[in-house]
Design a protein around this ligand. Structure first.
Ligand SMILES: C[S@@+](CC[C@H](N)C(=O)[O-])C[C@H]1O[C@@H](n2cnc3c(N)ncnc32)[C@H](O)[C@@H]1O
Length: 226
């Protein structure tokens, strides 16, 4: 599916890797905790069916979802875009004692250690520690979408799949589609949130109607199909 000949994509990926190096994750404790809300088998199936070389994830948090994609295909590179900024420290702190984190880590002391580690190790290093076995195939493009999408495009890398799990903004879809019109677009947040009127559904439906896509959804996951 990539547009460039394979050797060009490879060298563009190498250049992107050099531009966005890994932090030191030696001794850093990973926390494989996802905020995703289900239905990701749809994305696994997309990877298995379309055999992408390059998968772009917008909004990685602690890279639990990124790890899932990396595990699907051993020659696929995942580019992760996320600011990994200190807002995530406060966010993780707020999760302590809440039902979702409690389901994952029933012991409150473990939950507190989770929040403490994210703070002391930094969100960036904690996230990257979670994908440290995939150091060769995960590129951390630290920053926000859509700015970073233009930078990735300028580097000559063409993602085959774009997975959006960030700010629920239509501009992520618009910019990704304008830069890489052949990329499959999918994402999370379909189920979020009834009281807020399901903002991601509105974004995805509006985009699908404008560009003639069909939408398939399961739990939190949505996929745009021709
Ligand atoms: C819901 S979390 C992602 C969850 C992750 N995919 C998982 O399954 O565990 C949303 C993430 O989007 C990031 N984010 C927010 N705005 C963003 C933007 N404009 N571009 C890229 N990432 C953004 C946040 O820092 C946060 O880590």
């Amino acid at each position: 599916m990539t547009q460039l000949p394979e050797h060009e994509t490879l060298s563009a990926l190498d250049a992107l890797k050099a531009e966005y190096p890994w932090p030191d994750v030696e001794g850093v404790t990973p926390w494989d905790y996802t905020l995703g809300g289900g239905g990701r088998e749809l994305v696994d199936a997309l990877i298995n069916q379309h055999k992408p070389k390059v998968f772009l994830e917008i909004g990685c948090f602690l890279c639990s979802s990124s790890k899932r994609w990396l595990e699907q295909k051993e020659d696929m590179t995942v580019i992760g875009v996320d600011p990994w900024d200190d807002a995530l420290i406060e966010q993780c702190n707020r999760y302590v004692g809440r039902p979702k984190l409690t389901r994952e880590y029933p012991d409150i002391e473990v939950q507190k250690k989770f929040a403490r580690d994210v703070k002391e190790q930094s969100p960036f290093r904690t996230a990257l520690a979670n994908v440290r076995s995939y150091r060769d195939r995960f590129i951390p493009v630290r920053g926000t979408s859509p700015d970073m999408l233009y930078k990735i495009h300028a580097s000559g890398v063409t993602p085959d799949i774009v997975y959006i799990d960030a700010d629920k903004k239509i501009e992520d879809l618009e910019v990704a589609h304008s830069l890489w019109p052949n990329a499959l677009i999918t994402g999370d947040d379909w189920h979020w949130s009834r009281t807020k009127g399901y903002p991601m559904r509105q974004v995805v439906y509006a985009f699908a109607e404008k560009y003639g896509f069909e939408v398939e959804a399961s739990w939190a996951t949505w996929i745009l199909k021709r």
